[in-house]
Design a binder for this molecule. Structure first.
Ligand code: PLP
Length: 448
C-alpha cells in the first residue's frame, strides 16, 4: 500500500497533504516494526526528498479524503524517532560516519541456543496459536518468576504470553477502562515510554502524566499526588527500571503504590521490560508485593535476551485479569507463533546468556562514563537499563545539544523526546558496539 501511495505522491510532487499524512504514517509504523524494509527506505527517501518528515505532526494526520480518522490518531502524532531517521539519512548522504545511540533496539546477537530452538521448532504444518499460549511456556515463565523474584504464580491462570510487551501495554486500557465511567483516568509518567499513553488515548480514557523528577530519584512522589487523581484512576502505570532515566524502584516504593491501588481501587500496571539489565543489584518486581494490591506485571524477552524481533513477553496478574486478557485476545490476534514460544522457553530457562548480555552493556557503559565524568557531564540517571540519562551541559536546550552532537556523527535522543520533564537531559541507548562506544568517547572528548 505504501508502494502505491509513494508512486502517486511522486506524481503529484507531494502537494497533497493527506497523501503525505498517509505516507508519514506508513513510514512511522514501518520504522517501528521493520527498519530494513525496502518500502520503508523508499518511503523515507521520498519523504526526505520533499523535506517533510521533520514537519510531520498531528496537523497532517487529521484527514484522509473520504475517510474519517480517529481523533486519537491525531492526538498521538508522529513518533519522535522519525525525526532522527531524517537527520541520520541527510548526514549519511553527506558522508558523515554515524554512531547511533538513538533508538533502544538491541543489536546484540540472540544466543545461538535460542536461535537453534526456533529453527528446530519449525513444523510442516503451522496452525493458529491459542491465545492462552503453550502450557510449557507458561510453566517456564512461572518457574523464572519463582527463581528471580521468589513468587509463586499459578501458570494456568495467572500468566498469559504476549506478542512482545508493547502490544499488551497498548491494549490494557481497552480491557480495564470503561470510557463511560467517572473512573476512566490512566495515569502515566514522563519522561517516559509513550505507549501506555497512546493506548489509553485510543481506548477513550483520560490521561494524566505525572512528572518523574531528579530530586525524587525519578520516582513518582506518591504522597503529593492529589487524592482526586487516585480516585479517578482506573490504571496507574509504573515503569521500573525506567526508560529513559535508568532509575530503579525500591521495594518500599512498590509496596506503597500497591497499597494505594487497593485503597483507591485501580490497577497498578508495572512495565518491567528492563528488569534484567542491571549493573548493581537485581531490581525488585512489583510481583513481590502482589498480595498488597491490584497488580499486573509486563515483562519481555526483548531486552533480556536481545529478542526484539521475536515478539515474546508475558503478563502476570490475578486470575480474573488474566482471564479477561485471554477473553479479549482472540478478537485481535493470537499468542506468539509456536516456534517463537518454544524458543522463548529456552530463553526463560537460561541465565548465562543474560549475564553475558549484562556484561556487554556494562563494558559499553564503562567505555563512555569516564569521558563523560572528565568532561563534567553529570549522570543523574540510575544504574539499570541499556540507557544513560545525562544532564545537558551548559545553556543549550536538549534538542540544540542533540543537534550539535549529530553534526559530529553522534545520534542521541534529546530528553524532550520522552516528554517535557525531559528538558535539560539527553539519553544514550547503549546499542552500538563496544568499539563504536570507544570511538564515541573520543568524539565526546573533543566536543564536550
Ligand atoms: C519501557 C518499555 N516498555 C516496553 C517496551 C516494549 O518492548 P517489547 O514490545 O519489545 O517487549 C519497550 C521497548 O522499547 C520499552 O522501552
Amino acid at each position: 500500500m505504501l508502494d502505491d501511495l509513494s508512486d502517486r505522491l511522486d506524481e503529484r510532487c507531494a502537494c497533497e497533504l493527506p497523501q503525505l499524512a498517509q505516507l508519514v504514517l506508513g513510514v512511522d509504523s514501518l520504522s517501528q516494526h521493520g527498519g530494513d524494509e525496502p518500502t520503508l527506505q523508499r518511503g523515507v527517501r521520498l519523504a526526505l526528498d520533499h523535506c517533510l518528515i521533520m514537519h510531520a505532526s498531528s496537523a497532517f494526520l487529521d484527514s484522509v479524503p473520504g475517510v474519517q480518522l480517529s481523533p486519537a490518531l491525531a492526538a498521538t502524532g508522529t513518533y519522535p524517532f522519525v525525526k532522527l531517521e531524517q537527520a541520520k539519512r541527510r548526514l549519511a548522504a553527506a558522508g558523515v560516519d554515524l554512531i547511533d545511540f538513538g533508538k533502544g533496539d538491541p543489536r546484540e546477537p540472540t544466543d545461538p541456543m535460542i536461535r537453534r530452538a526456533l529453527a528446530e521448532s519449525l513444523t510442516e504444518i503451522s496452525t493458529y496459536p491459542l491465545a492462552e499460549g503453550l502450557p510449557e511456556l507458561r510453566s517456564a515463565v512461572a518457574a523464572w518468576c519463582a527463581r528471580r523474584f521468589g513468587v509463586g504464580l499459578e501458570s494456568d491462570t495467572e500468566i498469559v504470553p504476549t506478542y512482545g510487551s508493547k502490544e499488551a501495554i497498548f491494549l490494557l486500557a481497552q480491557i480495564v477502562v470503561d470510557r463511560e465511567s467517572e473512573k476512566r483516568l490512566v495515569v502515566t509518567t514522563q519522561p517516559g515510554y509513550p505507549v501506555p499513553d497512546r493506548g489509553a488515548t485510543f481506548a477513550g480514557a483520560d490521561v494524566e502524566q505525572l512528572p518523574l523528577l531528579e530530586e525524587n530519584g525519578f520516582l513518582i512522589d506518591l504522597e503529593t499526588v492529589p487524592e482526586e487523581t487516585w480516585e479517578r484512576a482506573a490504571i496507574v502505570w509504573l515503569n521500573y527500571p525506567n526508560n529513559p532515566t535508568g532509575a530503579v524502584a525500591p521495594v518500599e516504593f512498590l509496596r506503597r503504590a500497591a497499597e494505594l491501588s487497593r485503597e483507591y481501587e485501580f490497577l497498578l500496571a508495572c512495565d518491567e521490560a528492563y528488569s534484567e539489565l542491571w549493573f548493581d543489584a537485581p531490581p525488585h518486581s512489583a510481583l513481590e508485593v502482589r498480595e498488597e494490591g491490584n497488580i499486573a506485571v509486563f515483562n519481555t524477552l526483548s531486552k533480556r535476551s536481545s529478542m526484539t524481533g521475536y515478539r515474546s513477553g508475558f503478563v502476570a496478574a490475578d486470575a480474573e485479569l488474566i482471564a479477561a486478557l485471554k477473553q479479549y485476545r482472540p478478537s485481535v490476534g493470537t499468542a506468539p507463533q509456536e516456534f517463537v514460544q518454544r524458543a522463548s522457553i529456552v530463553a526463560w530457562n537460561d541465565e548465562e546468556h543474560v549475564e553475558r548480555t549484562r556484561d556487554a552493556y556494562r563494558r559499553k557503559r564503562e567505555a563512555l562514563l569516564p569521558t563523560l565524568a572528565r568532561r563534567g557531564v553529570r549522570v543523574p540517571g540510575g544504574g539499570a537499563t541499556m540507557f544513560l540519562w545525562l544532564e545537558v551541559p551548559g545553556a543549550e536546550s536538549s534538542e540544540e545539544f542533540a543537534a550539535r552532537l549529530l553534526e559530529h556523527g553522534l545520534i542521541v535522543s534529546p530528553g524532550t523526546f520522552f516528554g517535557p520533564a525531559g528538558e535539560g537531559y539527553w539519553r544514550i541507548a547503549l546499542v552500538p558496539t563496544e568499539a563504536e562506544c570507544r570511538r564515541a568517547a573520543e568524539i565526546l572528548e573533543q566536543v564536550l
